[in-house]
Ligand binder design. Structure first.
Ligand SMILES: O=P(O)(O)O[C@@H]1C[C@H](O)[C@@H](CO)O1
Ligand SMILES: Nc1nc2[nH]cnc2c(=O)[nH]1
Length: 294
């Protein structure tokens, strides 16, 4: 006999974590920001901070990747209450997918309406340059094709529907707002909009894989975000996603380039201030949704 495999957290387990956070901070965030690799500096722009180490929060997984500090930062940005993950969880760290997405349902129980998800990604589209910011308009969920979807397992109707729609995952109005913000800031030259493809990692892609993904319609490739977006949409949050193109995917057998995590972190450092400015202005323009399920 095989031991029964745990397929996820119970509603009560999510509640324990959410109630602990509500008891330990007065912040009541409506917006959650998830920082991608090397983008943890985004959290520093929050004012009146209350910071928790993931290791101090009941049930919270731990960050194991360089560039993901493992801190949950509550605070205000442009007068709006926010919570920011300085460090996310990835499948390649060995976490089951329901642990990777655990914080999203916690945010929902805290009252969060809008999720801003960021990541570092490799550019597949040949028009993309290192340092470009790509607004995510859609995704390709490769682990999902193989059955690894965060909603696998019993569905809890208190969070959402058994079969949630994903054709409108990335909110059109928020993308429009981001384009206006980027234009006002003079960022149009490095602003793109495209399709993000998630793979399991941790190995970077082969040349053949990059060429395949490009033909399938992906503009950028990474190892995160999509699982979080699926869970956020399932529980009715609006989602805005962006990828920082930290490296160009290697598509050519004559190329000497090699993807590496240090380059990813370095590009994050170089674009940090523009990303901070853009996210601040975006948050400023986000209207409350009055907790309506989208
Ligand atoms: O958390 P994100 O998706 O930003 O991190 C990307 C994918 C890998 O974790 C890492 C590779 O450098 O960056
Ligand atoms: N899978 C993948 N993830 C990344 N994260 C940052 N760059 C890359 C990349 O080239 N490929």
């Amino acid at each position: 006999m095989f031991p029964e495999q745990k397929l996820g957290y119970t509603y009560e387990e999510y509640k324990v974590t959410a109630d602990w956070l509500l008891a330990n901070t007065e912040h009541r965030p409506l917006i959650a920001i998830i920082c991608g690799s090397g983008l943890g500096g985004l959290a520093e722009i929050l004012k009146d901070q209350k910071v928790f180490s993931y290791s101090d929060i009941p049930n919270f997984p731990q960050s194991t990747v360089h560039g993901h500090a493992g801190r949950l930062v509550f605070g205000t940005l442009k007068g709006k209450s926010c919570v920011c993950m300085q460090g996310r969880f990835h499948l390649y760290e060995g976490y089951p997918i329901w642990k990777v997405t655990f914080p999203i349902r916690i945010f929902r129980l805290l009252g969060v309406e809008t999720a801003i998800v960021t990541n570092a990604a490799g550019g597949l589209n040949e028009d993309y340059k290192v340092g470009d910011i790509m607004l995510i308009k859609d995704h390709l969920n490769m682990p999902g094709f193989a059955g690894n979807n965060p909603l696998v397992g019993p569905n809890d109707e208190r969070f959402g529907l058994r079969f949630p729609c994903m054709s409108d995952a990335y909110d059109r109005d928020l993308r429009k707002l981001a384009k206006t913000v980027a234009r006002d800031l003079g960022y149009s030259d490095f602003l793109k909009e495209g399709v993000y493809c998630v793979l399991g990692g941790p190995s970077f892609e082969t040349i053949a894989e990059c060429n395949m993904l490009k033909r399938l319609g992906a503009d950028a490739v990474g190892m995160s975000t999509v699982h979080e977006v699926i869970v956020a949409r399932h529980c009715g949050m609006r989602v805005f996603g962006l990828s920082l193109i930290t490296n160009k995917a290697v598509m050519d057998y004559n190329s000497e380039s090699k993807a590496n995590h240090e380059e990813v972190l370095q590009t994050g450092r170089e674009r940090a201030s523009q990303l901070e400015e853009m996210i601040s202005r975006l948050v400023e323009g986000i209207e409350p949704n009055n907790n309506n399920v989208c």
